[in-house]
Design a protein around this ligand. Structure first.
Ligand SMILES: Cc1ncc(COP(=O)(O)O)c(C=O)c1O
Length: 422
């Protein structure tokens, strides 16, 4: 007869087999997530063996040889940091100096709001993290609010506010016929939204359209927001990258501040300092007074604590070193202008090439739009032809990343676009 221990062992073995089986069935209901449309473009581009292939899908700056760039000011900052930094945790709100420098960039060197300590601000995980932190903050403290998002917008905005469980509404932005701003409809939507609505605005270089309101239009939008008591949340992912001048690119924000709006702002150093993978950014919220700002900041930290505790240190140190040193800051200003100028130059080259080929279509929008992207004029079917016949890769909405256009490929690209749009 089997001993008690042997029987127990047998039972245990049987149970652990059943256990293993049930463990492997925990995730059987999980379907693969849909592919990210932008990352899918890069995958297809990498898999294409053609020597002619061109990637104008990627949202990161490339030099005139199509290569990623590390700015010289960043290299120098790294040399200065090397060997000196420790690996201690940053405070929950991130690097105080990094946040100070970010605020000066967005709100102005001599901003009264900064002097009066009226801005609650924390270091964030780049622009995406700043938007997400704000969306969570909005949900926690204004649980019944919605967010108005422009059509179209950077696709991740929808994911961010969806995952923060904030209901989304949309407002008119792009006018397909003129490939410009649908200002009249935008203003109607602002007027018709319930008083005190939250609106997401791109501070400059609207993604994906490259269409920004003029200064005059921003003034009218700001005025209408004031009347309606709306909350403007600015996503500023491209400060300096649009015009080449960070001050000029902050104009929309400054107009709203002049009008006394209590804005929110997401800043990113991914594009303008080329710190894509470092994930360094800032979330700021203008408050009524210092007391309110202390409270708001403490709540932002409280939100960050269970998500990631505190942000990474290396990128923050690079930003602080560059912006905190007048010589390095000047170098950065020159380099950011260099990136913007190369992109603006490529806009003119692409338009000129298309016009030289005798295209009867209007390509004016290429040079009217600003920032990294050129939008409009290509149908999904034409994009498919560009990919299948010419090995040119972009998202099917026809968004061309001007960062991928170089003196070496602009003629080839123009010719292909001309062929598919004849
Ligand atoms: C409009 C907009 N907002 C935010 C981001 C966020 O970028 P990151 O999280 O890399 O700073 C991007 C990046 O493409 C963007 O285009």
């Amino acid at each position: 007869m089997a001993s008690r221990t042997a029987i127990c062992r047998g039972l245990l073995r049987r149970n652990s087999i059943t256990g293993a089986r049930s463990m492997s069935s925990w995730w059987t209901s999980v379907e693969p997530a849909p592919k990210d449309p932008i990352l899918g473009v890069t995958e297809a581009f990498l898999a294409d063996p053609s020597p002619d292939k061109v990637n104008v899908g990627v949202g990161a700056y490339r030099d005139d040889n199509g290569k990623p760039v590390v700015l010289e000011c960043v290299r120098e900052a790294e040399r200065r940091i090397a060997g000196k930094m420790n690996m201690e945790y940053l405070p929950m709100g991130g690097s105080v100096k990094m946040v100070e420098e970010s605020l000066k960039l967005a709100y102005g060197e001599n901003s009264d709001l900064i002097k009066e300590k009226r801005i609650a601000a924390v270091q964030a995980l780049s622009g995406t993290g700043a938007c997400r932190l704000f969306a969570d903050f909005q949900k926690r403290f204004r649980p019944d609010s919605q967010i108005y998002i422009p059509v179209p917008t950077w696709a991740n905005h929808h994911n961010i506010w969806r995952d923060a469980h904030v209901p989304q509404r949309t407002f008119h932005y792009y006018h397909p016929e003129s490939r410009g701003l649908d200002f009249a409809s935008l203003m109607d939507d602002v007027k018709n939204a319930p008083n005190g609505s939250f609106f997401l605005l791109h501070a400059c270089a609207h993604n994906p359209t490259g269409v920004d309101p003029s200064e005059e239009q921003w003034r009218e939008i700001s005025y209408q927001f004031k009347i309606k008591g709306h909350f403007p949340f600015f996503d500023m992912a491209y400060q300096g990258f649009a015009s080449g001048d960070p001050e000029r690119d902050a104009k929309a924000i400054r107009i709203f501040l002049e009008d006394g709006h209590a804005i929110g702002c997401a800043q990113s150093f991914a594009k303008n300092m080329g710190l894509y993978g470092q994930r360094v950014g800032c979330l700021s919220i203008v408050c009524e007074d210092e007391k309110q700002s202390v409270a708001v900041k403490s709540q932002l930290q409280q939100l960050a604590r269970p998500m990631y505790s505190n942000p990474p240190v290396h990128g923050a140190l690079i930003v602080t070193t560059v912006l905190g040193d007048p010589e390095l800051k000047n170098l950065w200003l020159k380099e950011v202008k260099g990136m913007a100028d190369r992109i603006i130059g490529m806009r003119y080259a692409l338009r000129e090439n298309l016009e030289k080929l005798g295209s009867s279509l209007s390509w004016e929008h290429i040079t009217n739009q600003i920032g990294m992207f050129c939008y409009g004029g290509l149908t999904p079917e034409q994009v498919d032809r560009l990919t299948n016949e010419f090995h040119i890769y972009m998202t099917r909405n026809g968004r061309i990343s001007m960062a991928g256009v170089t003196t070496g490929n602009v003629a080839y690209l123009a010719n292909a676009i001309h062929e598919v749009t004849k």
